[in-house]
Design a protein. Structure first.
Length: 199
């Protein structure tokens, strides 16, 4: 069964309130069967928690996601799921690529959304040994995937329904509720710090 995953590492700006927000969006916007999990170093009895084990700093905790065998769909906590995304998930299921990510404005791999159908344990095992040499998880995932011949594609290839709040929507000014299904936030923007798109 599809596993929908989030990560909430303590000590930053995110908390379980944001995890529950994503969980509720999934409940409202996904009708195909799935199980929802949060990887965290904290406990919440109302969530299915997978305990973070490696105490990796900040966003590097996301690398523990790759311990989990797919099909998996990972969602950053600063994301809005606005419309039903069943078609997106079903399209991912039949993609031949081993890893699907966002495409960044200047990077091949942007890890705010990720999908994989099978095992990508090599990304985890190799990154755990060298992550200290990197500024962030995205370059690390990119380079290890390339080195190991892991094929990837981008969510944006499905169309214009998965968009950046900043770069594609000009801070929400170009938002169209009929076509924009997933809105991802980054840098200094957050879903709860804007009033253009319902959160």
């Amino acid at each position: 069964m599809l596993k929908i995953l989030t990560v909430m590492k303590s000590g930053g700006e995110y908390g379980f309130t944001h995890v529950h927000k994503i969980k509720n969006m999934c409940k409202e916007k996904i009708t195909i069967p799935y199980e929802f999990y949060c990887l965290s170093d904290l406990e919440d009895e109302s969530l299915n928690i997978i305990k973070l084990q490696d105490d990796l700093p900040g966003w590097f905790s996301k690398l523990e996601l790759f311990k989990i065998v797919g099909p998996c769909f990972y969602i950053d906590l600063d994301t809005i799921i606005f419309n039903n995304i069943d078609d997106i998930l079903l399209n991912c299921r039949i993609k031949p690529s081993q890893l699907i990510t966002l495409r960044g404005p200047a990077t091949r791999v942007w890890s705010g959304l990720m999908y994989w159908n099978h095992s990508l344990i090599d990304i985890y095992t190799e990154s755990k040994a060298i992550y200290k040499d990197y500024a962030g998880d995205q370059q690390l995932i990119d380079e290890i995937s390339d080195k190991n011949g892991i094929s990837w594609s981008h969510f944006q290839e499905q169309g214009r329904n998965i968009v950046s709040f900043q770069h594609n929507l000009n801070y929400g000014k170009h938002f169209n509720e009929r076509i924009h299904d997933i809105i991802f936030f980054h840098e200094d923007t957050r879903p709860w710090k804007q009033s253009v798109i319902s959160y």
